[in-house]
Design a protein around this ligand. Sequence first.
Ligand code: GLY
Length: 422
Amino acid sequence: MKKRLLLLAASAALLFTGCRKETDPSYGWVRKGIETATAQLLRTSGEVAHTGMLPRSIWVGYDMDLLCAQLERDPATFKDSLRVMPVEKLGERRLCHIYDWTSGFYPGTLWYLYKLTGHPELLRYAIHFTNLLYPVREYTGTHDLGFMINCSFGNAARLAPHDSIAPILVQTADNLIARFDPQIGCIRSWDFGWWNFPVIIDNMMNLDLLFEASRITGNPRYREVGIRHALVTMEHHFRPDHSSYHVVSYHNDGTVEAQETHQGKNHESSWARGQAWALYGYVSCYQETGNPAFLKKAEAIARFIMERVTTEDRIPYWDYDAPDTPETPRDASAASVTASALIQLSTLVSNGEPYLTYAETLLKNLSGPGYLARPGENQGFILMHSTGSLPNGSEIDTPLNYADYYYLEALKRYMDLKGLTI
Ligand code: GLY
């Protein structure tokens, strides 16, 4: 497998011949983002490659007073659910194994950056970290297979198509649709917790893998499952204002058992990354199907996000209902996902300018000193200030590999749209 993927290097490198320099000073922030990313990823890859693991975040602890203030709750109501952090590791780079839900993001980030720069070392590392995930094609224990395999092998295939990759994508898609329940009309998300059949809004992000599997095989089944999941989710995950619940659980007959949160402030709040996953998911579904209901939903979610954000720089707090205070943690990952989705959305409608302008604001701010790491710092991650799961005391105000991934994806989409090259 490794050898066959290595063969991709030659064809991928060809894609970069003929790049011209973009010197327009008004896009200096784009160049700064890419230069920083290149320095960070080369350093990180060199330090991590020998471990067989992948970079995920920085180990951080939590402050009980901050959590109580953010959640507006008494510690007795949630302290038992808090994760125990390894104190000896605080401040160190947190690595993950290949079965972690975030394992695909680091290889995917390397693919995007290689595509943007043509740097041969980045290609070498992209192949190395992608190949680590080869066993994941047999994994059945989560819905996150799309994140894991589509961001790693899927990006390898899009950058440098090769017939060694298609079977990996299809096998993984088979495992993903094995989690689909036709009575309920959804793919099951988690195998833990008290819920009968939990479906989280994040699951919308796994549908692209199914669309791809139908394209590869010519078998419409994968696509049909994805579309059904999106339609049922549209019915039960959203409130009248188009904000999304995080978790919806179903009874076996397809009726709703519960509408809840796991990572947001409370069951009726709007967890920032959840809204971003929803937006991105429905933009993808519209792009794939042309179904106007998906576009309507994507635009309604976009409006919700743009109207509900309260921060001056538009990088949201970790929940759109979090207290509007200087201490409230931001979530740069939600901003990255939102920016990437809005750029795509701007290309699918007749007046996409407001979406593109908003995305540009997000990207410019993420590329500024408030969020972009200084080279050599931030344990080699690109962006600072994301929040993983505040109510569980996990990854609060830290870099996250998926913030970096969607930041680079958004930068690439932005550059493609503007005709910029490095
Ligand atoms: N998919 C898990 C998260 O967004 O934190």
